[in-house]
Design a protein around this ligand. Structure first.
Ligand code: CLF
Ligand code: SF4
Length: 309
C-alpha cells in the first residue's frame, strides 16, 4: 500500500472533504473545515470592547495601525459607529457574511458588544454574528447573547487544571472583587465550562481557542480538549504563543510541539488550522484579503504578535 492510500491518509482526505458544520461551510471562515470553505467568505471585526475582566500573562492590548494580532485596533468604536462600519464594509467587501466581536478587550466585560450585536442583527438579520470571549461572564450573559442573534461562539480556554490556569491568568475581577491564584483559576474554569454547556444547549456552534504555551500547558492539551468537548464545544483552534508581556521569556512552541498538541486535541474535537490571529478590527477573508485600511481610511503595516483571540 502506498503512503497516499494508507488508512490514516484516507481518513484525513475524508475529513478535509466533509464539512463539519454544513450550515456554516463557505459562509463562516473560522467554522468551515474543507480545503476551500474557509477561503470563501469574509468576516468583519468590530472593536467596540475596551476593557477586560481577567489578566492573561500573554496579553498586550494596544491601539495602533501596525500589529497584526488580536487585542489591537486602530481605534475603539461606539455601537453607533460600529453600525456605520458594517454598512461601509458591506459595500466594500462583497463576500462579507460574518460580523464578529473579539476585542480589543473581552466583549462581555462591558455592555458595548451585546448592544452592537442587537443593532446589527435588527438591521441585517442574515449576517452571522460571532462572539469571542474569555468565558468569565458567559453563564450570566448567555441568554442575552442568544437573544442578540449570536450563533457562533469562541471561548478561549487555556487550561482546565487550576494550578496551570493560575500561571496563565493569575488574577480576575469577579462580582466587584479581585480573585487571585487558584481561586481565580477555579472561578474562570467553572464559568467557562458552564457557559459552554449552556451555549451548546441553546444551539450555538462553539469553538475553543487554546494558546499553546511551552512548559505551561503543552502537556495539558488532551485534557483541555476532553473537557470542553464534554461540555459541548465542537471544534478547537490551537494557537501558538507569541512570547510577550509576562511570558516574554518563554520560547514560542516548535513545529513539533504544535503538531503534538493538535494531535492530542484531535482525539476529542475537530481542529481548526487556518487561524490568522486577526486584529480586533479585521475585515476580509482571513489570510486572503484585508479591507481594514480602506474601511478606516488608514494604512496598516503587519507585525505578527498575539494575545486574545
Ligand atoms: Fe472573528 Fe474569531 Fe469569530 Fe472568526 S476570527 S470572532 S471565530 S469571525 Fe478566526 Fe481570526 Fe483565528 Fe479568530 S482566523 S483569530 S479563529
Ligand atoms: Fe482579556 Fe483576552 Fe487579553 Fe486575556 S487575552 S487579558 S481575556 S483581552
Amino acid at each position: 500500500m502506498t503512503e497516499g492510500s494508507s488508512p490514516s491518509s484516507q481518513v484525513l482526505r475524508t475529513q478535509l472533504a466533509t464539512p463539519a458544520f454544513p450550515r456554516l461551510e463557505g459562509r463562516h471562515p473560522c467554522f468551515s473545515t474543507t480545503a476551500e470553505g474557509h477561503a470563501r467568505s469574509a468576516r468583519l471585526h468590530l472593536p467596540v470592547s475596551p476593557g477586560c475582566n481577567i489578566d492573561c500573562s500573554f496579553c498586550k492590548r494596544d491601539f495602533n495601525r501596525r500589529d497584526q494580532r488580536p487585542g489591537v485596533a486602530i481605534r475603539l468604536l461606539t455601537p453607533d459607529q460600529a453600525v456605520g462600519i458594517v454598512e461601509r464594509a458591506l459595500a466594500l467587501c462583497p463576500t462579507l457574511s460574518v460580523v464578529g466581536i473579539a476585542g480589543p478587550g473581552d466583549p462581555l466585560a462591558t455592555p458595548h458588544a451585546l448592544d452592537t450585536f442587537r443593532r446589527v442583527h435588527a438591521r441585517w438579520p442574515d449576517l452571522i454574528l460571532c462572539l469571542s470571549t474569555n468565558g468569565l461572564m458567559l453563564p450570566q450573559r448567555i441568554d442575552e447573547i442568544a437573544a442578540a442573534g449570536v450563533s457562533t461562539l469562541t471561548v478561549t480556554v487555556n487550561a482546565v487544571d487550576p494550578a496551570i490556569q493560575a500561571q496563565i491568568t493569575p488574577k480576575i475581577a469577579w462580582q466587584r472583587r479581585r480573585l487571585d491564584g487558584i481561586a481565580a483559576a477555579e472561578r474562570l474554569i467553572a464559568n467557562q465550562l458552564e457557559g459552554i454547556a449552556r451555549a451548546a444547549a441553546l444551539g450555538m456552534t462553539i469553538k475553543i481557542n487554546t494558546v499553546l504555551i511551552p512548559t505551561v500547558n503543552d502537556d495539558h492539551i488532551d485534557e483541555v480538549a476532553a473537557q470542553v468537548a464534554a461540555a459541548g464545544a465542537r471544534m478547537i483552534n490551537i494557537i501558538p504563543l507569541i512570547p510577550q508581556h509576562r511570558f516574554a521569556d518563554l520560547p514560542a512552541p516548535s513545529l513539533m510541539a504544535r503538531y503534538v498538541a493538535r494531535a492530542d486535541a484531535e482525539r476529542h474535537l475537530r481542529v481548526f488550522s487556518h487561524c490568522q490571529r486577526c486584529r480586533a478590527d479585521a475585515c476580509g477573508i482571513p489570510g486572503v484579503n484585508d479591507y481594514t485600511a480602506l474601511l478606516y481610511g488608514d494604512d496598516i503595516v503587519a507585525e505578527p504578535t498575539f494575545s486574545h483571540g
